[in-house]
Design a binder for this molecule. Structure first.
Ligand code: GLN
Length: 486
């Protein structure tokens, strides 16, 4: 069987429904390709062909019995932060190197209910902390477009696997930009939904008030199909939104005439690489041709996003990661004197440098006498940023700008300078602090041929409209159809 490894989810679904291909054939195709290319790219941490093929076979059997499901037999790879019963789940850390999940996260379960077949578990920055995938205990993921460059992070494996045609789609999580920034670096479409749309149950927690699950795919249409499967109320997540299921594909075909795009002047300043701005400006011209109008807006408090995030995220992480103590969960040191020494050594050995840095910052900002000065202040800034957006939506429907100020960089370029690394998320973090949906779609290349992403930020629960906007752009352009030559 010859299969186009860059077929979209929509095309794959259609081919399965027309019985042009079986789920087993598809699973074999992607597993073979992973066997061939993963040693060079390091996108997957764990493959389990036996499990994958038996899942695929069971979806083929369902189809032959006349059963239907929206994505029956479509393969998907999951970031290694999602628990899947019986699968090793490492979160990119030595701490969980040998941890086998005892139950399945809700998002993966919902996707399996929709008929999707798990291809494997994808590499990521350790505990999702990073913007380049260099913090993974399992080694960095290579960007399939240029293996001397980073794929972005923390969901770097999720982006690299889809960009290289090792999976038709993948899941990621986004706490400060970890879906959108790697989507830009690897020329993909990625969506972080409104906080509360996808259940966090069974996803290893980084910063609970910011974490959101979302899809990576080649197109906005695929993201809509995937979100249809992923989203839904879950009583086991206290922050899950209890609302009716919706069809995120429903508005894809709507013309863009009358769409008002807000362009925050704070996103178009000197901090951007000129090639990034040029590609974004050209994409905005396409949007204008499609009937949209642009209006300059201001988000005066977004300049506080990075500092607010680097108080909130480490604070919550320091609390969430306290469970990895070598007793309840995680790596246990072989030698120790007493129980306190056991905790100390286990955590010292199990966590990498970036995770330790975050735990130290988080413990500090939450400590007595500092809580009011840092955590409380950061909470107030979140409210101010949300108010900026509320005002903006009086004059625009969506907000756009570059996803990141510069494209994919070389390995090592920022690894020794955490602040430089943190600034890569300057445009993405605000949507996590406020809980709004945000996505990135391919929109061109800079003068070095490196990929640029357009970020679309929308009002709460406006995913269907944002996906419509990106889909219309993709009907008019072909940046999203470009694939690396590997
Ligand atoms: N790069 C950011 C960080 O290191 C965001 C990571 C994420 O979204 N998971 O925290």
């Amino acid at each position: 069987m010859s299969w186009n490894t860059f077929a979209t989810v929509a095309e794959t679904k259609a081919a399965l429904e027309a019985k042009q291909v079986s789920a087993v054939e598809l699973a074999k195709h992607y597993l073979d390709r992973a066997a061939q290319l993963n040693p060079g790219l390091n996108a997957y941490i764990t493959l389990n062909p036996e499990k994958t093929l038996s899942e695929a076979l069971s979806t083929d059997n369902k189809r032959s019995k006349g059963e239907v499901a929206p994505l029956l037999g479509v393969p998907i790879a999951h970031k290694d932060i999602y628990l899947i019963d019986g699968w090793r789940t490492t979160c990119g850390s030595k701490m969980l190197e040998n941890f086998v999940a005892p139950y399945t996260s809700t998002v993966v379960k919902y996707m399996a209910d929709a008929g999707m077949v798990t291809l494997g578990k994808l590499n990521m920055d350790e505990f999702a902390m990073g913007s380049s995938n260099e913090t993974s205990f399992f080694g960095p993921v290579k960007n399939p477009w240029d293996t001397s460059r980073v794929p972005g992070g923390s969901s770097g494996g999720s982006a690299a696997a889809v960009a290289a045609g090792l999976a038709p789609a993948s899941t990621g999580t986004d706490t400060g930009g970890s879906i959108r920034q790697p989507a830009m670096f690897c020329n993909l479409t990625g969506l972080k939904p409104t906080y509360g749309i996808c259940s966090r149950y069974g996803i290893i927690a980084f910063a609970s008030s910011l974490d959101q699950a979302g899809p990576f795919a080649q197109t906005a249409e695929d993201c809509a199909l995937l979100l249809n499967a992923m989203a839904g109320f879950d009583p086991r997540d206290a922050t899950s939104l209890d609302r009716a299921k919706e069809d995120y594909t429903r508005d894809l075909a709507k013309p863009l005439k009358g769409l008002r795009i807000g362009l925050p002047k704070e996103f178009f300043g000197e901090g951007n690489e000129p090639g990034v701005l040029k590609a974004v400006e050209a994409a905005l011209d396409v949007y204008r041709k499609l009937g949209a109008t642009t209006v300059e807006i201001t988000l005066p408090n977004v300049k506080y996003s990075v500092p607010a995030y680097y108080v909130v995220a480490p604070a919550e992480a320091s609390s969430n990661l306290s469970r990895f103590d070598g007793a309840r969960f995680g790596h246990r040191a072989k030698e120790y004197d007493d129980i306190v020494d056991m905790y100390k050594r286990s955590r010292a050995e199990g966590f990498g440098a970036e995770v330790k840095r975050r735990i130290l910052i988080g413990t500090y900002v939450l400590s007595h006498g500092y809580y009011d000065a840092y955590y409380l202040q950061a909470g107030k800034l979140r409210r101010l940023i949300a108010e900026d957006f509320k005002k903006a939506y009086e004059v625009c429907d969506v907000v756009m700008g570059p996803t990141a100020p510069e494209p994919s960089f070389q390995f090592g370029a920022k690894a020794d300078d955490p602040v430089k690394m943190y600034l890569n998320d300057i445009y993405t973090i605000c949507a996590n602090l406020t809980g709004q949906p945000a996505m990135s779609h391919p929109c061109g290349v800079d003068e070095n041929g490196l990929h640029v992403g357009m970020q679309i930020i929308g009002n709460y629960l406006d995913e269907a409209r944002m996906l419509n906007v990106a889909h219309q752009y993709q009907l008019a352009t072909d940046w999203h159809k470009k694939h690396p030559n590997i």
